[in-house]
Design a protein around this ligand. Sequence first.
Ligand code: SF4
Length: 165
Amino acid sequence: MEDYLCEALSQACSECHLQGGCCFEARPPLSQERIDILRENGVSLDAVEFAGYKRLCLKQDGFCVLFQDGKCSIHSVKPETCVAGPFTFDIVDGVLQIFLKRESICPMVRFLKANRQAYDGLFETSVERIMHLVDSIPEEEMAEILKIDEPETDLVAEITLPEKR
Ligand code: SF4
């Protein structure tokens, strides 16, 4: 994605009245590859837990363990689902379904809907990151991840996954 679009999206994020709302009660799933990247960037293994799949822990205040001083402390290497931001996913019968959160829970969505170029840029990046995550996580862990409900989202795309995934 173009740098200026990344900056515009970061700006939209920083103006969020929910103040890090997407990092509240967020336990992003982690592939072993992502854990290795986080470790290389100084994140302790104490930040990771296993609950049917590997994920980041929560702090006592309910925010992600890596949410510090009002923002993500590992922005440049954050997990795939965090990059995908307001886009989320499910897999049904070998089809990757992409959902977009509603404006009521993510103010960035209004910005995306008003800026086609930003929407397309983030959509492309999100699908690429999500597909990488799907490829990187063991099937049994992905089955657990897919049990997580994503309320207040709308289906925006369906992509048939290659067989074997
Ligand atoms: S890794 Fe960063 S962006 Fe993702 S939930 Fe944690 S603090 Fe938020």
